[in-house]
Design a protein around this ligand. Sequence first.
Ligand code: SAM
Length: 311
Amino acid sequence: MQGQTPPNDPTLRRSVVEMDARAIDGDPVSIPSPPVGDGAGHAGPHRLDAAPTEHWVSYAHGGIPDYLAKHYWWAYLSRFGVRFFDREPIISAILFGNYRRLVDRTLGLLKRGKIGRTLQLTCVYGSLTPHLAEYVPAEDLHVVDVAPIQLEATRRKLTRQAGGSRNIARMARMNAESLAYADNSFDTIVIFFLFHELPAAVRERALTEALRVLRPGGRLLITEYGQYTKTHPFHRLRPLRRIFGALEPFLPGFWKEDLTARISARSWIYAKRLSDALEERIFGGFYRVTQYRIAAADALGASPQLTGPGA
Ligand SMILES: C[S@@+](CC[C@H](N)C(=O)[O-])C[C@H]1O[C@@H](n2cnc3c(N)ncnc32)[C@H](O)[C@@H]1O
């Protein structure tokens, strides 16, 4: 099947091919989930913490995590949301005019090293994926997401860019908390504005999974909100913080988290270590684009340090 993960892909731990085909066709799919009762607010029809009359509940089925249905159904799961938000002027407005710069810096970092087999961890609105497809051959570019509607939208964008060809990136439906790839499958992993949308425990698992499937010597490219500062006006003004917190309920927690320290700590689980981090701050540090290079834990080298123009 073109455009999907080949069945003989040696890096797949479980077969996602069938899952992929059914997900893209929109049928219910069973995907690996973390254990029930882990406190992460993960989906499971038997443990939805809501009255069945609440609107978002209708989106929380078939493996869609409940935090995603509850807080982001309007942005990522509804047909209207996908049609409305997947336009550059809208995304640019949401990012205070910084969208182009964020994409350019992400691609700039991508081009600075070996790209190789690449995973885009979750779909994104806008042109990032079509741009990635210019640098990464279709057979090396993998895109996963837990929402079939997002995979469909990405597939449409890539097919259009490829002039109707079905030889586009390998797309599969997966939960970022439990990827179906073998350890050390990728040279590069691109994560664009995902982490601030995840509850802390989910974020930790998704990050740990990314570190597991990244090869020693590989790079994690993370584009995100910057860490909280006492100086940036958007951080300082309480009314603004409240608006951000209302629209993005996990952002205030993410602001306070030291992502670099988390990556450094979680790498050890898989006998890897953070060898260096190169951070570019954008919009006064409200956003950041960071390249984290991960090495084998036994490799000799300098201890982790943050470098870059804004560091
Ligand atoms: C990358 S984030 C936000 C990106 C950014 N706002 C944009 O679109 O440019 C949104 C995506 O993450 C996906 N997502 C959220 N939680 C996920 C999970 N646990 N596993 C896989 N995909 C997930 C959503 O389905 C959605 O497509």
